[in-house]
Structure formats: C-alpha cells, structure tokens
Design a protein around this ligand. Structure first.
Ligand code: NAP
Length: 304
C-alpha cells in the first residue's frame, strides 16, 4: 500500500475527502498522512508554500506531485532529485478561461465607460466585433491553448506564441515581434523561467499597437514593471489587468494599486480545485504503481 505524504498542510481541509475519494475511484488503496518517516514515503503531494524544503531523506519517493501549475518555487531546489509533476487540472483550466474571457470582453466592449459614467454621457458608439479585435496569447500550453479555443469560439482572431515550433503558431524572437505587433489584447500565460523573466521589456512593449491592453495571469516577472508603467503613463498601453506580481501580496505602496490604467486582481485567476486536481494526483499515483510514465512531468532544464 503506497504511503502518500500530503505536504501542504494548509490545504488539507480542502483535500481531506476529495483525495481519498479520487484514489479509491482510481482503484488505489493508499495511506495518506500529514507526517511520516521520510524513508517510508512513496509520493509527496506538494504546494510551494509547504514547510518541506529538503527532499534528501525521501529516498524511496517515486514522485513529487505539485498541486500548482507553476513550479518556479520548487524546480530549482537542489535537494529535489525525484520526478516532479506539475498540476494540469481541468477545474483550474476552466477558471483561467473564465478570467481571461471575462477580462478580454471587459476591454473589448469598453464596459467601464458604461459601468462608471457619473457625467451621464450618452455615447452611442458601438464597439467593434470580436472578429475585428486581434488577441495574442504568449504561452500556448494547457492554459493558453484552452483560452485560445474559448476566444476563437467568440470569433476573436487569436495568435499564439510559444517556445517550440507548432502548426498555426509563432515561435522565436521574430515570431514574438510579429505576435506583439498585431495584439490589440495581449494575454501572457508563460511560466516564470530564466528565459521568460522580463520578456516584456520596454523594447518589446513598444511593438504593441497604440491603445493595446495587457492581461497578465501568468507570472509578475514576465513583465518589466517600470517599462509597463512608462508605457501606461505614455498612453501607449491603454490598460493592464494584472493578476500576478513579483511580490505577493502586492505591497500597499506599489504604483500598480493607484494607477488609473491598471486593474489589480489578487492572484485569483485560477486555483486548483480539490475534486478535479485530486483525480490528477490519483492518476499519477496509479501510473507510478503500474510502472507507467507520469503525466505532466516537469523538465528541470527548461524550468517548466
Ligand atoms: P504549460 O502547459 O507548461 O505551458 C507553458 C507554455 O509556455 C508552453 O506553450 C510553452 O511553450 C511556453 N513557454 C515556456 N517557456 C517559453 C519560452 N522561453 N518562450 C516561449 N514560450 C515559452 O503551462 P500552463 O499550465 O499553461 O501554465 C502557464 C503558467 O500560468 C504557469 O506556469 C503559471 O505561471 C501560470 N498560472 C497562473 C495562475 C493564476 O491564478 N494566475 C494559475 C495557474 C497557472 P511550448 O508549448 O513550446 O513548450
């Protein structure tokens, strides 16, 4: 019977029922514990805020199963030699699609003009159709491609950019510049890695069309804060809706809080949902026990 260490104690109330249920549905008879002799642990369910930081004594552990999609806070841990799996949770994906579509529609339709209109201005200008509003998504992984599908189903022309070459998508520096230059709405869904940090610097932001809107539910470090503030002050970028930040919670005195062209959402775009993410954990335990390859393995060298 495999021993699973649930090393994210603050999340345990959410998973107390969901994880055993999912394991039982997957036909796995496992013991789940919040504390264990490291030498006995077969799997570690992990979240970045976990007190567990030294993986050295976990000598028989077959995999560390992350509850979050982002792994930047664990992937570089030098004591972690066990396979690391990230979370690709249908519930989390659904949440991200809703956040991205909602904020895209807010800016596309210019909803703010009508929601806050103290001067009672009667401006009958109709917004363009979605088909006339090009959207670019940087990062076409589990989340970026689901958002692209949802936006395309509403007729937004979506350009996708990612690291590797794929049909119908852009890649590389030339592809990035092309993707930025057409983006009236830019969505950043890249992981934080050494290659993506400050990807959107002043030079690349300057490629966006005048009046572009940025939605960043990826990671704060993808965008150079000062370059973004300069582009917002200049009016070149019309608005930035930011869910993630270099420091979280966003410090009270950070200029993003008070900037009239910035909307701050407190890292709520998408959370792992206990029922659906437990099924992903259970499937990976099943695979581990059957000697099958794990799902969603992280490439340590690439950092995602
Ligand atoms: P994923 O499936 O691993 O996809 C990552 C995408 O980024 C892939 O398309 C990948 O390209 C691309 N990429 C990585 N490095 C790149 C580079 N150097 N240049 C160009 N493209 C690069 O990840 P995911 O599940 O979609 O999640 C993406 C990120 O969303 C997470 O890492 C996390 O930071 C963030 N997130 C935020 C929240 C929130 O609540 N705000 C919730 C969950 C996740 P390839 O396809 O070529 O590999």
């Amino acid at each position: 019977m495999p021993l699973i260490l649930f090393a994210a104690p603050t999340l345990w109330p959410e998973y107390r029922d969901a994880l055993p249920d999912a394991l039982s549905d997957a036909g796995i008879d496992a013991r789940i514990t919040l504390e264990a002799d490291p030498a006995q642990v077969d799997y570690i369910v992990y979240a970045p805020a976990s007190p567990l930081q030294d993986f050295t004594p976990y000598t028989r552990t077959k995999a560390v199963l992350n509850l979050w999609a982002g792994v930047e806070r664990i992937v570089g841990n030098p004591t972690l030699t066990q396979p690391l799996c990230r979370m690709v949770d249908p519930g989390l994906t659904e949440g991200m699609v809703e956040w991205v579509v909602g904020h895209t529609l807010r800016h596309h339709l210019g909803m703010d003009r009508h929601i806050v209109n103290p001067a009672r201005v009667w401006d009958p200008t109709c917004p363009p159709l979605a088909r006339e509003r090009p959207v670019t998504i940087l990062g076409m992984g589990a989340l970026g491609s689901a958002c692209a599908d949802a936006l395309r189903s509403l007729n937004f022309p979506v350009t996708g950019w990612s690291r590797t070459e794929k049909p119908g998508q852009l890649h590389g520096e030339h592809g990035l510049r092309k993707a930025l230059s057409s983006a009236q709405i830019l969505v950043t869904l890249l992981p934080k890695t050494p290659e993506t940090e400050n990807l959107l610097n002043a030079d690349r932001l300057s490629l966006l069309p005048n009046g572009a809107v940025i939605l960043n539910p990826g990671r704060g470090a993808l965008i150079d804060d000062d370059a973004l503030l300069n582009a917002l002050d200049a009016g070149h970028i019309c608005h930035a809706t930011l869910d993630v930040f270099r420091v979280e919670p966003l410090p009270q005195d950070h200029p993003f809080w008070s900037h009239p062209r910035v909307t701050v959402t407190p890292h709520i775009a998408a959370d792992s949902r206990a029922v659906t993410s437990s099924r992903v954990i259970a499937e990976n335990v099943r695979r581990g026990e059957a000697g099958e390859p794990f799902l969603h393995l992280v490439d340590r060298a690439l950092g995602y």
